[in-house]
Design a protein around this ligand. Structure first.
Ligand code: PMP
Length: 406
């Protein structure tokens, strides 16, 4: 394989050169949002400087340039995910994508007596929309539990796939534990039983090569800001038959063919689900992000991140009283931890004084932390642009901070 000069790759990210509290920034919060390479920032800037116009409305030159740029980004993202652009709804992120499935697919279909199956490790974005659907339809929610290492109890999950279950909603990768779920095998089991599957790919798309058709799900949601793209960008992939059958979620311009007071003809999918002016510059940036990641190669990214994860895990295990949450064998570069006797927020606050950015709290996964019986954890999440030296400096800072607190 081609050797990548990761030090040069890091130089593509302008923000990573800054200091925080007089120390070089060590950014370990990429699961929250990723940093952006210069090419993404420049693509967005260039759009506003040279091409800015609305999409699909104007016949003038800028209008067609904007439309081409927006539709070009859809094509790039589709190729990156192994799908067809016509089956990719562009939206503001995973939260929107999952709500679109909830409101347009689930709400009209589910009834009292039906069930939605989720797992203990879901992000609130893959819990609350289903609770809203359950409240309005009378459906119930079933939860698949975990094993002690933070992996899914697959036998229990399959046992929960009973006839009343109409929908399965599951994370590809946990944002707290890093657990990579075997979604292809799980979706196959669901499909055999006629259960429609929704995969939350927020934490998978930034870290591994994806082939959505090979996963065999019905819906797959991603968020652009975690994969080097701008905030407010994301997508929902869906099987074409679902997109054709689903009613629109939001109404407005762009999503129609003809509007009359006695009835409106909707546009074809995916435009039917993209009412109003989209985040055009954001998607231009996301297109550049996809180009950037494709040039690096997602297999290289995955290998690099597993090396960083192995190093960080090894070093953190040496810290007295440190507990890591989530030690599944297939794991992305996310490490949630606690240090005995130190509150997670205090740790994160003091680490920030050392220039280290980690997230502390419940990571939008209250039921998961309840299951572990803890109020909060710190989370260090790595990306390919982090370095072994940064991990060493982070662990040294953690030891220093621990001495201050204990
Ligand atoms: N699901 C998971 C697993 C996530 O990590 C996140 C982002 N923290 C989301 C959903 C929500 O993504 P967004 O806020 O971009 O819609």
């Amino acid at each position: 394989t081609r050797a990548i000069d990761w030090a040069r790759v890091r130089n593509d990210f302008p923000l990573l050169t800054r200091e925080v509290n007089g120390k070089p920034l060590i950014y370990l919060d990429s699961a929250n949002t990723g940093q952006k390479p210069a090419s993404v920032i420049e693509a967005t800037d260039d759009f506003y400087r040279r091409h800015n116009a609305n999409v699909s409305r104007a016949v003038h030159t800028l209008g067609s340039e904007a439309t081409e740029a927006y539709e070009g980004a859809r094509k790039k993202l589709a190729a990156f995910l192994g799908v067809h652009g016509d089956d990719l709804v562009l939206c503001s992120g995973t939260t929107f994508a999952i709500n679109l499935v909830a409101y347009s697919w689930a709400l009209p279909r589910l009834n009292a007596g039906d069930a939605i199956l989720i797992t203990r490790m879901e992000h609130h974005a893959n819990i609350v929309p289903w609770q809203l659907v359950a409240q309005r339809t009378g459906a119930t929610i079933k939860v698949a539990e975990l094993l002690a290492d933070g992996s899914l109890d697959l036998d229990a999950l399959h046992a929960l796939m009973t006839p009343e279950v109409k929908l399965l909603a599951i994370a590809h990768v946990s944002n707290v534990l890093g657990t990579v779920n075997p979604v292809a095998a799980i979706c196959r089991e669901a499909r055999k039983r006629g259960i429609v599957s929704v995969v939350d790919g927020s934490q998978a798309a930034p870290h591994m090569a994806l082939d959505i058709p090979a996963i065999g799900c019905d819906f797959y949601a991603i968020t652009g800001h975690k994969m080097c793209g701008p905030t407010g960008t994301g997508a929902l992939w869906a099987r074409r038959e679902h997109l054709q059958a689903m009613p629109p979620f939001l109404g407005g311009g762009e999503m129609i063919k003809e509007v009359r007071f006695d009835g409106t003809v909707f546009n074809d999918a995916p435009h039917k689900f993209e009412a109003g002016t989209p985040n055009i510059a954001g998607f231009v940036g996301l297109g550049a992000a996809v180009d950037y990641l494709s040039t690096l190669g997602m297999d290289h990214v995955a290998t690099r991140e597993s090396e960083l994860l192995a190093h960080a895990t090894e070093e953190l295990r040496k810290v007295d009283g440190l507990r890591i949450f989530g030690e599944a064998s297939d794991k992305a570069a996310v490490i949630s931890f606690q240090v005995e006797g130190a509150h997670a927020h205090d740790l994160a606050t003091l680490l920030d004084l050392e220039g280290v950015a980690v997230r502390s709290g419940q990571h939008c996964a209250h039921p998961l932390l309840q299951w572990f019986g803890v109020a909060a954890t710190c989370r260090a999440s790595l990306a390919f642009y982090n370095t072994h030296d940064e991990i060493d400096a982070f662990v040294a800072a953690l030891l220093k901070v621990r001495r201050l607190l204990l």
